[in-house]
Design a protein around this ligand. Structure first.
Ligand code: ADP
Ligand code: MG
Length: 358
C-alpha cells in the first residue's frame, strides 16, 4: 500500500522493556474504512501495539503516522481516536445518557452538541430507549454497547478495541461480533480490533494481522490467513487443526507419515523436495473419514465419540497409534457410530505443509 493510500501507518515500530522486546520491528498499513484484527496469543504484544497507536505509550524505535502526519509524539487526546476495552468501565451511579456524554463533557463541548451526539450514538447502538437507565439495569450486551458508544460519541476518525467481548458469554459475543462489524461499515472509519480469539478475528475483520512474540507473523485478508497460512504458527493458531509429521518420499512425489502407515501425494507446486521432513497441518473440517469395511487408504482409527454441533458433527477419533484427532463433517442421516473402525485421510490440497523446524 502506498503512503498516501494508507490511513494509519505503523513504521518499523519496536517497544522494549529493558532487554525484552514486547514489539519487534512491526510495520503495518491500515486503510480508511478497514476493519483490521490484531490476533495473537496472550502476551504477544497486541495491547502494546494498540497503546502505541493510541499514544498511551511511545515506541522505542519507529514512527506512527495518521493520514501522512507523524503522530508518534502527539498526545492521545489530540489523535481523534476512540477506545473500547474489555472492562466496560461504566460509571455505575450515572445513567446511560451521562455515561455516553462523559467524553464530550470532558472536552467541554456545548450542551446542545452533547445532546445531539448522544442521541446520534444511542440511535446507532439501539440504546435510545435506555438512556435513563443505570448500568446495573442493563444486560451484559447492552453494557458493552454503552462502552462502545462512549468510544464513538466524539466521532473519532479511528476506533481502537482491546478484547472488548472477552467478558461476554459465547452467544452474546457472536451477536456482538456481527453488530460491531455492522457499525464499522456504517461509520466508515477504521476499527483496529485486538483479540486472542481467532473466531472473533475471522468473523469480523477484513484483514488479520497475526502477532507472535512481538513480531508480525502474517498479514492478509481473513480468508487467505485461514486458507493459506504462511507459517506453522499461523496454521496452528488460526482455525482448528491437527498436526502430523512426515517425510517427502525419495521420488519427491509423496509425503509419508512418520507415525502412521499412510502416504499422500505431495501437492503440485510444493517447494519441498525428496527427503525433507515436513510438518503437516489439516483443518478439522478438511478430513475425510471412510468406514474401514469399505476399504481404501488412510490412518486406521476408531470413532470414540460423536459430538453434535447443530448442522455439524464432530467425530472424535483415536488413531491406532493413540493420537486424538477431531474431524468435523456436515450432519447427515448416515452418521458414523461410536466404536466404528475408520480410515482418516485428506486430499493433498487440503493440508498445509511446512518444512520441519521452520
Ligand atoms: P497482549 O496484549 O498480546 O496479551 P501485551 O502487549 O500486554 O500482550 O504485552 C506484551 C509483553 O510485554 C508481555 O510479555 C508483557 O508482560 C510485557 N509488558 C507489557 N507491558 C509491560 C511493562 N509496562 N513493563 C514490562 N513488560 C511489559
Ligand atoms: Mg492485551
Amino acid at each position: 500500500m502506498s503512503q498516501s493510500g494508507s490511513y494509519i501507518r505503523i513504521d518499523n515500530v519496536s517497544r522494549r522493556y529493558g532487554s525484552f522486546k514486547a514489539l519487534d520491528d512491526v510495520s503495518l498499513d491500515i486503510a480508511k474504512e478497514e476493519f483490521i484484527a490484531i490476533l495473537g496469543p496472550s502476551g504477544s504484544g497486541k495491547s502494546t501495539l494498540l497503546r502505541l497507536i493510541a499514544g498511551l505509550d511511545r515506541p522505542t524505535e519507529g514512527r506512527v503516522h495518521f493520514e501522512g502526519k507523524d503522530v508518534t509524539e502527539l498526545a492521545p487526546h489530540k489523535r481523534g481516536i476512540g477506545m473500547v476495552f474489555q472492562e466496560f468501565l461504566l460509571f455505575p451511579h450515572r445513567t446511560v445518557r451521562e455515561n455516553l456524554a462523559f467524553p464530550l463533557r470532558m472536552r467541554k463541548e456545548p450542551k446542545a452538541d452533547v445532546e445531539e451526539r448522544v442521541e446520534w450514538v444511542a440511535g446507532i447502538l439501539s440504546l435510545s430507549t435506555m438512556l435513563d437507565r443505570y448500568p446495573s439495569q442493563l444486560s451484559g450486551g447492552q453494557q458493552q454497547r454503552v462502552a462502545l458508544g462512549r468510544g464513538l460519541v466524539a466521532r473519532p476518525t479511528l476506533l481502537l478495541l482491546d478484547e472488548p467481548l472477552a467478558n461476554l458469554d459465547r452467544e452474546l459475543r457472536q451477536e456482538m461480533e456481527i453488530e460491531i462489524r455492522r457499525y464499522q461499515k456504517q461509520l466508515g472509519i477504521p476499527f483496529i480490533y485486538v483479540t486472542h480469539n481467532q473466531e472473533e478475528a475471522l468473523s469480523m475483520s477484513d484483514r488479520i494481522a497475526v502477532i507472535n512474540n512481538g513480531r508480525l507473523e502474517a498479514l492478509g485478508e481473513r480468508q487467505a490467513i485461514y486458507d493459506y497460512p504462511e507459517t506453522p504458527f499461523v496454521a496452528r493458531f488460526v482455525g482448528k487443526s491437527s498436526r502430523f509429521q512426515g517425510t517427502v518420499g525419495p521420488d519427491g512425489k509423496v509425503v509419508r507419515l512418520a507415525r502412521h502407515n499412510h502416504e499422500f501425494a505431495l501437492p503440485t507446486g510444493s517447494h519441498l523436495i525428496a527427503g525433507d521432513a515436513v510438518d503437516i497441518f489439516v483443518k478439522n473440517e478438511r478430513f475425510d473419514i471412510a468406514r474401514k469395511q469399505d476399504g481404501g487408504s488412510g490412518i486406521p482409527s476408531t470413532v470414540v465419540d460423536v459430538v453434535l454441533r447443530g448442522p455439524f458433527v464432530e467425530y472424535v477419533l483415536e488413531t491406532d497409534r493413540g493420537d486424538t484427532v477431531i474431524a468435523v463433517k456436515p450432519k447427515r442421516n448416515d452418521a458414523i457410530p461410536i466404536q466404528e473402525r475408520v480410515l482418516l485421510s485428506w486430499k493433498p490440497d487440503d493440508c498445509h505443509l511446512f518444512k520441519a523446524g521452520t
